[in-house]
Write a protein that binds this ligand. Structure first.
Ligand code: PLP
Length: 399
């Protein structure tokens, strides 16, 4: 198997009708059968190249799923209407009434809220831990634990999960390691380092255009078939189905992911090192000062850098509140949640995407109101962007 994710995607060919260079979009919710035997058979098991109904699968969604399986080097994948659709279905498929999840406490706020507020209603308990502390992870595992859940690079504190260490624990206690790789597509391939299941919010880097939401679960064929099972599959029965027109757009955007990731990373690395030189508290795993720099280096696929996310402490809530709109006014990018866009996005996680995490947990990991998260865009002239950021910082009295 080709080792480089960019090469695997480059070599993935799907022709459209009449020899189109892109696959033809299938604009049908249901599909015809020529014999009743075939229709009965597909309710029993999947048949390659045969489609029943779009909530189960359709050709365009299966092309995108195949491309994402190549990205993550997994035997199979299945796309969803959103990242949360993918996270909720994958974890519910693995964990049922009376069972438990051990999750990193620094996960996306929506994931935290799902595990903390919704799953207890189903009698699924979640214990939140410092995922960088393997002893603490192990202590939280009980005979009921089915899933160890983390983000390869955590949101927004940019901690790196020791995937090999977590997989050893998963094997020791018979659990599955589920990894959200939204912050580091191409950069890290978690399946190569022990993850059983890899999830993405496609909304972010993979689509890269901030024009749709989407999600994917990448895993072995057995797990992906289980998600789609007509009687017991959470994807099939909860129904967070991606629209095939959207799938066509995301597949086209994926073709440029390797170039975009390298540029996002280059820009983030430049700004992170400049801000550090100014004496500011910068979190970027590409910096030698980051506690997980060595670990992340050991997990990287060469050529795509350390991703485009930078977290910065601007010393006070008040400065953050002034700086964010000012940077937008001065054309640094957009004051908006989300990430992976071609333009730079910045926001205050504790007041937005991580506000679901209780204040005491946020405080314990240093995610205070003075923390700003940047997702650096594809700026051609990043020195110019840096000058603009510096000017704003001077105006608010940060430097
Ligand atoms: C790391 C991470 N995982 C999952 C999600 C959820 O994805 P979606 O918004 O596509 O449902 C997000 C959204 O911000 C995220 O940042």
């Amino acid at each position: 198997m080709e080792q480089k994710p960019a090469n695997r995607i480059q070599d993935y060919l799907v022709f459209g009708e009449f020899g189109g260079v892109n696959p033809s979009i299938t604009d049908s919710s249901t599909f015809t059968f020529l014999t009743s035997e075939k229709m009965s058979e597909i309710f029993e098991h999947e048949i390659e190249g045969c489609y029943l109904y779009s909530r189960h699968m359709n050709p365009m969604n299966s092309f995108l799923s195949d491309a994402l399986a190549l990205l993550e080097n997994t035997p199979a994948a299945h796309v969803f209407a959103s990242g949360m659709g993918a996270i909720s279905c994958a974890t519910l498929q693995l964990c049922s009434h009376g069972e438990e999840i051990v999750s990193s406490r620094t996960v996306y706020g929506g994931t935290f809220a799902l595990f903390q507020n919704i799953f207890p209603n189903l009698n699924i308990k979640c214990r939140f831990v410092d995922i960088t502390n393997l002893k603490e992870v192990e202590a939280a595992i009980s005979p009921k634990t089915k899933v160890i859940y983390c983000e390869s690079m955590s949101n927004p504190m940019l901690e790196i999960a020791d995937l090999h260490g977590l997989r050893k624990l998963a094997d020791k206690y018979g659990c599955k390691l589920v990894v959200d790789n939204t912050f580091t597509p191409m950069v890290i391939t978690p399946y190569n380092h022990g993850a059983h299941v890899v999830i993405h919010s496609l909304t972010k880097y993979i689509n890269g255009a901030s024009d749709t939401v989407g999600g994917v679960v990448c895993a072995d064929k057995e797990f992906i078939s289980a998600l789609k099972d007509v009687n017991t599959g959470y994807s099939m029965l909860l129904g967070p189905t991606m629209d095939s027109l959207r799938a066509a757009g995301i597949l086209k955007n994926m073709r440029t992911l390797h170039v975009r990731m390298a540029q996002h990373s280059k820009n983030a690395a430049y700004i992170a090192s400049q801000l550090e030189e100014l004496g500011l508290k910068v979190i970027y795993p590409g910096l030698k000062s980051h506690p997980d720099h060595e670990l992340m280096t050991s997990l990287l696929n060469p050529g795509y850098g350390f991703s485009g996310m930078v977290t910065l402490d601007v010393k006070s809530d008040d400065i953050a509140a002034k700086l964010l709109p000012m940077m937008q006014d001065n054309l640094v990018g957009y004051f908006a949640v989300s990430l992976g866009f071609y333009k730079t996005l910045f926001s205050s996680p504790s007041h937005s995407t991580s506000s679901e995490i209780p204040e005491e947990v946020r405080d314990s990991i240093g995610m205070t109101g003075s923390i700003i998260r940047f997702s650096f865009g594809l700026d051609f002239d990043i020195e110019r962007t840096y000058d603009r950021i510096k000017q704003c910082m001077k105006e608010v009295g940060l430097i």
